[in-house]
Design a protein around this ligand. Structure first.
Ligand code: ZN
Length: 330
């Protein structure tokens, strides 16, 4: 090889190596921000996720189905197509600005939430408490930042025709009509699959929630009570859209071990098909404000439930993404 050729070859080598290094630096830079973002599951997929085309296998083995304590089991286990978001980068517009917050994946289901977005459904009362203004919406978001009025009682409470863990009449057998009908469908599907579930606790009035919380504070102290039970006005049970479900295999207890039973796993997998979500997911305490509750299902309707199950997000995150998507549209 001549001297000049060698020089060219050396220069080429530097360019190539430099290029490789540059690409590597770029993609490794892109990773942390994407993983840190709660919306990272919205990375574009070849198929539109707004049509709930998922097989019964995929929707909700979400966090709740994890057989062990690993923090993010589902994301990697059952979601291979989204695992390599960096590959799709070049097709997106303006990566430098988008890299900070990946675009929210549009969902047709977001449209249903147009009148229920958290930002526009809350007002401060005289005591400075944030009170929900859409309490009777099927899409109401209740949490530690959003309180139901103390006098809110759903108007269409009925007792679903499902087996309960106790006998006799009780207000806690009730749910709102739409939720009750959906619960009947859920329980029928369970029965057809040879799974025996029992309903444990549904509607709870403000007053009942207050006495539960107060007694928990007495028994466990305020800090623990606040993590494991809701303050009055902050319980989804007051909406009539939630039900606690358990099985004989755990003595109908409402405890984390239910999530590992075949009944708990069936519930996590099939709840969305009937319009329910497992509301308090494992590893999401910092978002929901509550410990993992594999027994607590919340009715949000099939469209939203299936979209949430597909995206493996909490209701809080889902609303946040809906709000972002709607704002972008406006
Ligand atoms: Zn509950």
């Amino acid at each position: 090889m001549k001297k000049r050729n060698r020089k060219i070859a050396a220069a080429l080598g530097i360019v190539i190596i430099g290029g490789i290094w540059y690409n590597g630096a770029q993609s490794s830079k892109a990773l942390p921000s994407e993983q840190a973002s709660p919306t990272s599951s919205f990375t574009p997929l070849p198929s539109p996720s707004d049509e709930p085309s998922q097989s019964p296998e995929s929707p909700s083995p979400s966090a709740s189905q994890a057989p062990d304590k690993s923090p993010k089991p589902s994301a990697s286990a059952s979601n291979p197509p989204t695992a390599k978001p960096t590959e799709t980068k070049p097709t997106e517009s303006t990566p430098p600005t988008e890299a900070v917050k990946p675009p929210v994946k549009e969902s047709a289901a977001f449209e249903l939430l147009a009148d229920s977005l958290p930002g526009s459904t809350v007002r401060k009362n005289k005591q400075g408490l944030a009170v929900i203004t859409n309490a009777s919406s099927l899409y109401v978001l209740v949490n530690k930042q959003r309180n139901l009025a103390s006098d809110y009682v759903p108007k269409d409470l009925i007792v679903p025709d499902v087996p309960f863990s106790f006998s006799g009449d009780s207000p806690k057998k009730q749910m709102r009509k739409a939720a009750a009908k959906a619960l009947e469908s859920l329980f029928k599907a369970a029965k057809d699959d040879g799974i025996k579930l029992k309903a444990v606790s549904g509607y709870r009035s403000y007053a009942t929630q207050k006495s539960i919380f107060d007694s928990n504070v007495k028994r466990k102290g305020e800090k623990v009570a606040n993590r494991t039970s809701a303050r009055p006005g902050q319980s989804e049970h007051q909406t009539g859209l939630a039900m606690d479900i358990s099985s004989a295999s755990v003595g109908y207890a409402l405890e984390e071990s239910f999530g590992k039973t075949k009944e708990g796993q069936w519930l996590a997998k099939h709840a969305a098909e009937h319009g329910f979500i497992i509301r308090y997911l494992k590893g999401k305490e910092s978002v929901t404000g509550y410990s993992y509750e594999p027994w607590h299902v919340r009715f949000v309707g099939k469209e939203i439930a299936e979209d949430i199950a597909n995206k493996k997000v909490t209701l809080e995150q889902y609303f946040e993404d809906a709000e972002t998507a709607m704002a972008r549209k406006a």
